[in-house]
Ligand binder design. Structure first.
Ligand SMILES: [Fe+2]
Length: 390
């Protein structure tokens, strides 16, 4: 009795010579490894340009081509522009910009469909009137689609092996393009959220300036000094930015202080001092309610704590006080001392330096004061800012 014929994949695989199977497996493994490495790296890069370069590098590596380019659609110019490439002359990169429907990439953009060509010289779709030869023979161009919108085109040309591209190759490039489109779009959205968030911080700082015209620009100067000092103290960029933003709204709680105390043109009495001393608590309660802002609570709440524990509102001391708050405390005091107030003249720079040294170890962290004094040694006095947002 004859065995029944089978058309299973396993049976077909038997027909492929073992050496071919091994070669094909090795090639696929290379592709999978490449894709994995690419996915890990896309989350690690910080700058947009690094991401664009990585997308092109991985696309050309995985597709084994000499040439690759990433084009993104510029919404203002209404054109596709090359943002990263490899194997293309700089002149071509600089001059390449295509409208929707123009050239191969423009057609891909317009039709939202990939274009795949084995040999451009013999492809009727790309016949040219002139005798100018195309620089590439085989190519694949796929759209970068995200949420139904095309944001760019990924092109690869000229396989190193001189073998034509396959339908499989096109699928792999589509995978890379899908991942790239999602990453690029996520970054754009994140930037929009960050901008809205920074605008909100600026508005809060402006509100405070409007209420206290006599100290206009104080928050911005404290923010600049604090971020510079944090940088000098070797803090990572993320913390420097956090300190800068928190410093910009460190006194936001003063919004909740009554006018007759906040705007009093003379020194405060004991009761009034108690009222004004509630501003770190009020400020931290304001920002604590907003998810994006609650990371500023430790700096806003504790910027009037003293290193020796005699500050307010909690009486924290030494390292119990967050470093960001210790940095803002010194910069806040410095700017207040050298600025004019309705009830006193500003201190001269040497007088303010002497005051910081006197309060080092009691009111202020000595390490922070030491670094601050080094920082301002040669620094000319900052001009008061005309506006917080210039
Ligand atoms: Fe304050």
């Amino acid at each position: 009795m004859k065995a029944a014929k089978s058309s299973s994949i396993a049976d077909k695989a038997v027909l492929i010579p073992a050496a071919d199977n091994a070669g094909r497996f090795g090639e696929l493994l290379k592709v999978v490894e490449g894709l994995h490495e690419y996915n890990v790296l896309t989350y690690a890069v910080n700058r947009d340009q690094e991401l664009y370069d990585l997308i092109v590098r991985k696309a050309t590596n995985i597709m084994n081509t000499h040439i690759g380019s990433l084009m993104l659609f510029d919404e203002k110019m209404m054109k596709l522009k090359i943002v990263a490439s490899c194997g293309l002359p700089a002149k071509v990169v600089k001059s390449s910009s295509l409208k929707s429907g123009e050239g191969i990439a423009g057609k891909v953009f317009q039709s939202r469909q990939p274009i795949f060509c084995e040999d451009i010289e013999f492809d009727e779709r790309f016949k040219r009137k002139s005798r100018v030869k195309y620089s590439s023979k085989s190519f694949v161009a796929v759209p970068l689609k995200v949420r139904g919108r095309v944001v760019g085109v990924l092109n690869v040309n000229n396989r190193k092996s001189r073998q034509p591209f396959t339908a499989e190759g096109m699928k792999i490039l589509t995978l890379i393009a899908d991942e790239a489109a999602m990453t690029i779009e996520n970054r754009r959205l994140l930037r929009r959220v960050e901008k809205a968030y920074m605008d909100t911080i600026a508005t809060l700082a402006k509100m405070l300036d409007e209420r206290m015209p006599s100290t206009k620009g104080h928050s911005k100067r404290v923010a600049e000094l604090s971020s510079e000092l944090a940088k000098r103290m070797g803090l990572p960029e993320e913390r420097i930015q956090l300190i800068k933003r928190a410093a910009l709204i460190h006194d936001i709680g003063k919004i909740g202080i009554q006018d007759n105390v906040l705007l009093k043109p003379r020194a405060l009495n004991a009761v009034e001092r108690k009222i004004i001393q509630s501003h770190p608590r009020i400020g931290s309660e304001i920002v604590d309610r907003v998810e994006f802002f609650n990371i500023f609570v430790p700096i806003i709440a504790f910027h009037h704590e003293w290193f020796n524990g005699e500050g307010y509102p909690m009486g924290l001391s030494g390292p119990q006080i967050p470093l960001g708050a210790r940095i803002v405390a010194v910069c806040d005091a410095w700017d207040a001392m050298i600025s004019e107030r309705a009830y006193r003249d500003p201190l001269t720079k040497p007088e303010a330096v002497a005051e910081l040294i006197r309060a080092s170890g009691t009111q202020f962290d000595p390490e922070v004061v030491k670094e601050f004094l080094k920082m301002i040694k040669k620094k000319p006095r900052q001009k008061p800012a005309k506006s917080l947002y210039e």
